[in-house]
Design a protein around this ligand. Sequence first.
Ligand SMILES: *Cc1c(COP(=O)(O)O)cnc(C)c1O
Length: 390
Amino acid sequence: MLSVWSQLDDALQVREQAHLKRQRAIVSSPVGVWQTVNGEKLRNFCSNDYLGLANHPLLIKAAQQALAEYGTGSGGSHLVSGHSHWHHQLEELFAELTGRSRALLFSTGYMANMGVITALLGKQDAIFEDRLNHASLLDAGLLSGARFQRFLHNDIESLEKRLQVDARRKLICVDGVFSMDGDTAPLKELSQTAKQHDALLMVDDAHGFGVLGEKGLGLCEQLQLSQDDAPILMCTFGKALGSFGAIVAGCDTLIETLIQFARPYIYTTALPPAVAATNYTALKILQVEPWRRQHLKEMIRYFRHEAALLELPIMQSTTAIQPLFIGDDQQALQWQANLRQAGFWISAIRQPTVPAGSARLRITLTATHQEDDIDALLDALTYAQQQIGK
Ligand SMILES: *Cc1c(COP(=O)(O)O)cnc(C)c1O
């Protein structure tokens, strides 16, 4: 055997012994409250389909119609032959809804973050990231070659201290809603700080878009931040919008720079036109079915109220992400197993996804949950807690 394989086997074993091995569950039903997972029917509290759009009949119809008209693949990259009228219309609608000059569609959120940060920054520049930012933002910052600085979570003072460096360009980069905590970034304060230091602010609103704001346009809408306040906005279609893909919006110079220089935009096949058509329809549904956001809000309120009465370790979050803080990795897995036994699908999040010693159960609520689902969840959590205490 080549020595490289035995080295890697050792590393895999170390990971397993530290209770950090990841395993994939095989799903054989559509996303929803009840899902078949490894052949077992479980109540799902871990999807990011926050509005329950992944099975919306109008989205399915939009996809089918576009498939019939355009076939399966886009046939090329955006700059060569793959940029269809559906991709273009989606960009225009997103820009119009969010009050941005232009928008640019990417294949995934990971690639959008990579594309923006590496196109804007190089060795002479500096990037400032919240330490709890999504992995894609952190990876992009490192790859860009810019001076890389992380500041304490949601801590403006910590950011300001780091902003004192000399650099050609400064980019402050945060999640709008933090993906493993569910809390939100203080965007107003961040925006002011950015302006004072002649820095750009980039907001990744993967978990706020669709859910927050009067029209569901995310944290920037909720806080009424214009393009001037939050010049780079990234949103994804794979979460609350029930589909796939990502989009970046901002001024003409930003978008033109990305088209010319963002390698993850240039060197990849454009999304299937049917996916762009689905995303377009999802944006329209956001506007005409506000009840989904309202119901989700009600479920969040109900869960937090009841969980607090039961003294469960809920975290400071008002969004659809409602983690329970466990701390120890092995114990988090035990909670997950106990919940599975009780018929619930909830995933334990461990290091390095979250800092060591802060393992948690990442419970997510959606517009498809009802009060009785949450009552059942609370019973199961109480059961799981008792099992651990034994
Ligand atoms: C999911 C997520 C991404 C990545 O988006 P994909 O489209 O799934 O690649 C980026 N940022 C945050 C904060 C996310 O939660």
